[in-house]
Ligand binder design. Structure first.
Ligand SMILES: [Zn+2]
Length: 261
């Protein structure tokens, strides 16, 4: 069993504030250390549970957040930086996926740092008519390639969102969202113990997880935060404009739809 750990930052243990996740912000270095710490716990737990190979991708912002020199030696590779059209380099070699440090979809009440891809520009996504966030998108991308998501970690809101979409998924709720930028956090020691325990459970029960495969063709509706910023019809001749800040794109895979949107 080889595991791919896809990592975002907002749902990492100890993170509740924008100051911890934006490169220019005052507490960003702390955020980087916390992200690195969660990764080390989960990588080691994957190996403890019997995983042969473990790859990790830094997928927050530009993918340059984790502190390479502090990452544990048990992983087989860390994907850092820009990866072009391939959101999951190395996935072919893996059997199952963990979404580590994820957050609830845009607009979720009380979701810690909730958003969908971009808090500045995206108000809502709908996939085939269903409200969707990053868990739905990532589970769909790997699902199209036959790989199941076996674990999601983050606050209670993203764990609930994941369970609704992927009833088999193991979740690790390392905090409870109270507002967009405030929560009830587990102490570090308890958060790391929970991550370790749930990772072992997820890897050992990976056979019960199923790939999430959205019906094709997939339609993604993109509702922008503001009017006046619709993409140019020359750049995206395939999009259908629904109103002054909403458009739709269609594609044969979730990955295609995401990049076309
Ligand atoms: Zn992020």
């Amino acid at each position: 069993m080889n595991i791919y750990i896809m990592t975002d930052m907002e749902g990492i243990s100890g993170i509740t504030s924008r100051e911890q996740v934006l490169p220019e912000a005052s507490r960003y270095q702390e955020g980087r250390r916390l992200m690195t710490a969660d990764i080390n716990v989960v990588v080691r737990a994957c190996k403890e549970a019997g995983a042969e190979k473990v790859y990790v991708r830094d997928c927050h912002g530009g993918g340059m957040n984790i502190i390479w020199s502090d990452l544990c030696a048990e992983a087989d590779g860390y994907v850092i930086g820009y990866t072009g059209d391939d959101r999951y380099p190395g996935l072919d070699e893996c059997d199952a996926v963990i979404l580590l440090g994820y957050h609830a979809m845009a607009g979720t009440l009380g979701g810690t740092l909730e958003h969908s891809m971009s808090s500045a520009s995206i108000q809502n996504y709908h996939i085939n008519g269903i409200p969707a966030g990053e868990v739905a998108i990532d589970a769909g991308i790997v699902g199209d390639k036959g790989k199941p998501v076996i674990m999601v970690t983050g606050d209670d809101k993203v764990c609930r969102e994941a369970k609704e979409l992927l009833p088999w998924v193991v979740t690790a709720e390392v905090k409870r969202g109270i507002t967009w930028r405030g929560g009830m956090l587990l102490p570090a020691e308890k958060a790391y113990a929970l991550l370790r325990e749930r990772t072992i459970e997820a890897v050992q029960n990976a056979a019960f997880a199923r790939p999430l495969v959205w019906d094709k063709p997939i339609t993604m509706r993109v509702e922008l935060v503001e009017r006046g910023i619709l993409p140019s019809a020359y750049a995206k001749p395939y999009m259908r404009i629904l109103d002054g800040r909403t458009y739709e794109v269609t594609g044969d895979t979730m990955e295609e739809v995401l990049f076309r949107a």
